[in-house]
Design a protein around this ligand. Structure first.
Ligand code: G3I
Length: 374
């Protein structure tokens, strides 16, 4: 191309379009990593006018917030509910977006029947492993070649680094993680396969995840990436903990992703462990819900600073950071309005309730300067 242009005596000047500053996340970070979002059922079903167009413009990856969880996609033995997941995958293909499958093996949102044998007794190792394989074969197999990567195992380790007691672990044994990855690889050998968890910057969990992954790698288990969920707050995590975790996971030679990013602006209830354990809950009180009338400028600024600091470190590690996914699209309809306290008014995303960019959006976009120039 260059030679042909030179032969015609034409110089290679940037076109006016190429010289413009990108105004979407997917374009701005194109040379760094995918930027994704999570979609709930009514977004996927196109029940919110204009939302899907906005999503296709802004993001290059998409995750179903709930629709591919076991309880949703496989509620009864042998019955699969694929209408919403199918729509998500078609939407992503039409908009050249990567699909992330979330999630195959999780202690939560998995129906009781999965763990039960004859007469309601706990299912044997063989029965449960068979169900796990059948589920993974069916779900991963259905979207083979169309899902970029799967959160294969979600939240198997606690903050102190110990294994989470779960029916998967109790009834199958410690190799349930390895088995899940092997089944997923058989079902779609080209899909990326991830371990995904929250509080991945907590040193105890971080070190345990590193040890687990090294063990999986030594056994030849096909794991390709680590997902740090990223349910953060202003000043939380510290940049020291954040970068130490990124580098610890990056040193394993795997892709590292932020898979469920949000930065809450609301106070965390005292006496409640910080994290994303969905069983955590606290009662609403006025002092826990201070921004029902809107986000004060100084808080929006502090949130923007936190987002900028996070993206600065992610861009600096673009060699191994492959995706950053926000856990939602805007402040409206965001899970943080109900977690860990129901019915609050949180403002955790880059876009406000009217899909307008917030100071955090501009702050994140400014960090994309580190993506250009290879
Ligand atoms: O859709 C039903 C609605 O029909 C019903 O009337 C209503 C009654 O409560 O429930 C609605 O379903 C809720 C669903 O979100 C959609 O809003 C479920 O109760 C609620 O449990 C579910 O919460 C989800 C949660 O995972 C549990 O699966 C959140 O949306 C989702 O954001 C959250 O995501 C998890 C990740 O998968 C894993 N990492 C942590 C993250 C936060 O917990």
């Amino acid at each position: 191309m260059k030679t042909a242009l030179a032969a015609l005596g034409l110089a290679l000047l940037p076109s006016p379009a190429a010289a413009q500053t990108p105004d979407t996340l997917r374009d701005a970070f194109d040379q760094c990593f995918l930027v994704g979002t999570a979609l709930n059922r009514w977004f996927i079903a196109d029940e919110v006018p204009g939302l899907l167009d906005f999503v296709g413009d802004q993001f290059s990856a998409v995750t179903a917030e709930n629709a591919m969880k076991w309880g949703r996609i496989h509620p009864e033995e042998g019955q699969y509910a694929v209408a919403i997941p199918d729509r998500l995958v078609s939407f992503a293909q039409a908009n050249d977006m990567a699909v992330v499958g979330h999630t195959l093996v999780w202690h939560s949102q998995t129906p009781d029947w999965v763990f039960e044998g004859e007469g309601g007794q706990p299912a044997s190792r063989e029965l449960l492993l068979g169900r796990m394989k059948d589920h993974i074969d069916t779900v991963v197999g259905r979207y083979r070649g169309r899902v970029h990567g799967w959160d294969v195992v979600n939240e198997a380790i606690l903050d102190d680094g110990s294994w989470r007691p779960s029916k998967w672990r109790e009834q199958i044994g410690p190799d349930f993680v390895e088995q899940a990855f092997r089944f997923a690889h058989e079902a779609d050998p080209k899909a990326e396969l991830y371990y995904n968890d929250y509080n991945m910057t907590a040193p105890g969990k971080r070190d345990a995840v590193v040890a687990m992954v090294k063990d999986l790698q030594a056994k030849g288990v096909p794991i390709s990436g680590i997902g740090m969920q990223g349910h953060f707050g202003i000043g939380r995590p510290s940049m020291e903990d954040f970068t130490a975790a990124l580098d610890a996971y990056g040193s394993l030679g795997l892709k590292v992703m932020i898979t469920e990013l949000d930065v809450t602006v609301l106070p965390w209830p005292e006496n409640l462990a910080v994290g994303a354990d969905i069983s955590s809950a606290a009662e609403n009180r006025e002092e826990l819900d201070p921004y029902t009338d809107g986000l004060p400028e100084e808080v929006a600024r502090a949130q923007a600073d936190q987002y900028a600091a996070l993206f600065r470190e992610l861009v600096a590690r673009k060699d191994f950071v492959s995706r950053v996914t926000f856990w939602g699209v805007s402040d409206a309809d965001n899970w943080k309005n109900n977690f860990p306290v129901r019915g609050r008014t949180d403002h955790p995303m880059l876009f406000d309730r009217d899909l307008q960019p917030k100071p955090a959006f501009d702050a994140v976009m400014a960090e994309a300067k580190g993506c250009s120039g290879g």
